[in-house]
Design a protein around this ligand. Structure first.
Ligand code: OAD
Ligand code: ZN
Length: 245
């Protein structure tokens, strides 16, 4: 493990005035939720176009529905891990300003983070795919047609072939523009626009991942597991703070 880099990151966090975090599926694997593009990732077992696309929703609802019932059930059996909790603590202590996440699992909020921008939506919200009427998870799981218009129900996440929620995305870009430190955690940086968000900062970009798949500018790469790295960086933050008082 590269402790010098961890310590450096701790110093950078303490010295920055506006730190923004960007997370992906690798942030949740230590909670027991598979990521998408690793060897055992979700897209190794499923074709995203067949289960997670606007086309699947419209033309193959049974497959679409079965996939998201599974995803929703997996999510409710899992919990945020120590890394999510450290990020919530850092926000609370004023070390970071916000979290932009591609994850739909709501773990950052459940861990106590407040300023979260879920650019790919949330699997804890459900609505009608025709009239957008809000509905419950139970109605979706039971495949009940929309009470208002009879349409098929869907989770409130962004599907392949759909645009990102514009307000959330604009706010996320604004956050990165203001940032003097962006810390990217657990994403292969292969899905746009998330993969390009950090290009909006004039500040430093740190990338924590278990493999380096970044194509765009990264200033510091830290190889490791999200939860483990964050725990160690948090220890260094406490150490440095104690010395500075
Ligand atoms: P990916 O599965 O593409 O990338 C996850 C990255 O995290 C990989 O590079 C893993 O090696 C790494 N990783 C896994 N576990 C880790 C850990 N414990 N610590 C550090 N790194 C770890 O997931 P995303 O980049 O989030 O879109 O994928 C982006 C989007 O593609 C998702 O939001 C989803 C998917 O299709 C939608 O659902 C709209
Ligand atoms: Zn409806």
């Amino acid at each position: 493990m590269d402790y010098a880099k961890y310590k450096d990151l701790a110093k950078n966090i303490l010295d920055s005035t506006y730190t923004v975090i960007l997370t992906g599926a690798g942030m949740s694997t230590e909670s027991g939720v598979a990521d998408f593009r690793s060897k055992d990732g979700i897209w190794a077992k499923y074709d995203p176009m067949k289960v997670a696309s606007i086309d699947a929703l419209k033309n193959d609802y049974d497959n679409f529905h079965a996939f998201y019932v599974l995803r929703s059930n997996t999510k409710v059996q899992r919990e945020p891990h120590i890394g999510h909790k450290i990020l919530a603590k850092w926000e609370n202590e004023g070390h970071i300003k916000s979290i932009i996440t591609q994850n739909v699992d709501n773990f950052h909020n459940e861990a106590g983070s407040k300023n979260v921008y879920p650019i790919h939506g949330s699997i804890t919200e459900f609505r009608c795919s025709e009239c957008d009427e809000k509905t419950s998870k139970e109605s979706f799981i039971n495949k009940t047609p929309c009470e208002k218009c009879g349409g098929n129900l869907r989770p409130g996440i962004v599907l392949f072939g759909e645009s990102l929620p514009i307000r959330v995305l604009e706010n996320a870009i604004y956050e990165v523009e203001k940032a003097d430190l962006v810390i990217i955690i657990g994403t292969s940086l292969s899905v746009y626009p998330a993969a390009n968000l950090h290009s909006h900062t004039k500040g430093k970009v740190v990338y924590i991942n278990d493999e380096n798949t970044a194509k765009k500018r990264i200033d510091i790469f830290i190889e490791g597991k999200a939860g483990k790295v964050l725990l160690k960086v948090d220890e260094y933050i406490d150490e440095i703070k104690a010395l500075r008082v």
